[in-house]
Design a protein around this ligand. Structure first.
Ligand SMILES: [Zn+2]
Length: 346
């Protein structure tokens, strides 16, 4: 079975204005890098459908959907918040971005693809029920999780979010839902301000929101430690039927927006680890949805590393190793484990 790569050219038409980091060139560079890798076979590029209004309503208010729909009429560029800009094509692009993630999830669930990557923009994980935020319009991954649960009838879904920013929108969507376990690794304290380890969910969903905040200059060792000691055992115990990855690549050490020290090889290792977890707990059912990542070379190499892990390579591309002064965050990991021990066997 092959890996599905869900991409639509309309994603390039979502214009955020001159100098905006979340720009079309991000996807162009990734596609170029994929094209260059002749060893990257067994990937099928798929043109996704657009999501229906009914799909978007799974996670957003009617008024908000209407507001975004109306941006199709604007001339030039309009700001929905200080960071989030739209043009007349953004609504269509956002519907297709969400559609790509839904198509990816559905096709993997139905066994058409072994796994899938949704190469989309705008990204989604900051988008709230009635509010655009942090470059995000519709919360693609949250809509996909709700679709799997409410439309496809799955009982338990995991979202792992390794974008360098906390996915406040996604956390919000499932904060009182014990059937969707949200796990986020992110720089903290940092934009958007949420994401402390003490945000653990509410009511019957206490324990089903797992934040793993990372201080600036944390790097690969801490991320791999977090997977081994926290994420892997929790996902095994939760035993989901599907794993969705909010795959942001702005934790790359050269990313202009963040201060983490991950490399493209780190993203191979993270990808491999979550694929292995999916193989053990849910017959390999996993999809990746692009969130952030603003250093183009690192972004494109890192996405390719994820794709290499998805098609079954065992080792990352041997890029020259970097001398990175990674902060030792093992103490903080121990503190997070103490919090999580109230809900999980760690
Ligand atoms: Zn981000």
């Amino acid at each position: 079975m092959s890996t599905g790569l869900f991409y639509h050219p309309i994603f390039l038409e979502h214009d955020t204005g001159w100098g905006h980091p979340e720009r079309a060139q991000r996807l162009v560079t990734i596609l170029d890098e994929i094209e260059k890798r002749k060893d990257l076979n067994n990937i099928e590029t798929v043109l996704p459908d657009k999501a229906s209004i009914k799909d978007i309503q799974l996670n957003h208010s009617d008024n908000y959907i209407k507001l975004i729909q109306n941006t199709s009429e604007i001339k030039g560029i309009k700001h929905l918040d200080p960071d989030t800009a739209v043009c007349s094509k953004s609504y269509e692009s956002a519907l297709h971005a969400c559609g790509a993630v839904l198509n990816a999830a559905k096709s993997v669930y139905e066994g058409i693809y072994r796994n899938a990557f949704a190469l989309v923009r705008p990204p989604g994980h900051h988008a709230l029920f009635s509010q655009a935020m942090g470059f995000c319009i519709f919360n693609n991954i949250a809509i996909a999780a709700k679709y799997l649960k409410n439309v496809m009838g799955l009982r338990k879904v995991v979202i792992i979010d390794w974008d360098a920013h906390h996915g406040n929108g996604t956390q919000d969507s499932f904060y009182n839902d014990p059937d969707v376990l949200y796990i986020s690794l992110h720089q903290f304290p940092f934009y958007p301000g949420t994401g402390s380890a003490n945000e653990i969910g509410t009511g019957i969903a206490k324990g089903f929101n797992v934040n793993i905040p990372m201080f600036a200059y944390s790097g690969e060792n801490t991320y791999l430690l977090a997977i081994e000691r926290i994420i892997s055992p929790i996902v095994y115990q939760f035993s989901p039927e599907f794993i969705l990855i909010s795959a942001g690549y702005d934790g790359h050490y050269k990313d202009p927006l963040t201060q983490l020290l991950l490399t493209s090889n780190t993203f191979f290792k993270l990808s491999k680890a979550v694929i292995e977890i999916a193989n053990e707990v849910c017959s390999g059912r996993i999809i990746f949805s692009l969130e952030g990542g603003y250093y183009l070379k690192g972004l494109s190499q890192s996405v390719v590393e994820t794709l290499r892990a998805m098609v079954g390579y065992n080792n990352p591309v041997p890029y020259p190793s970097e001398e990175l002064k990674e902060r030792n965050s093992s103490m903080e990991i121990e503190q997070i484990i103490e919090i999580q021990k109230r809900y999980w066997k760690l």
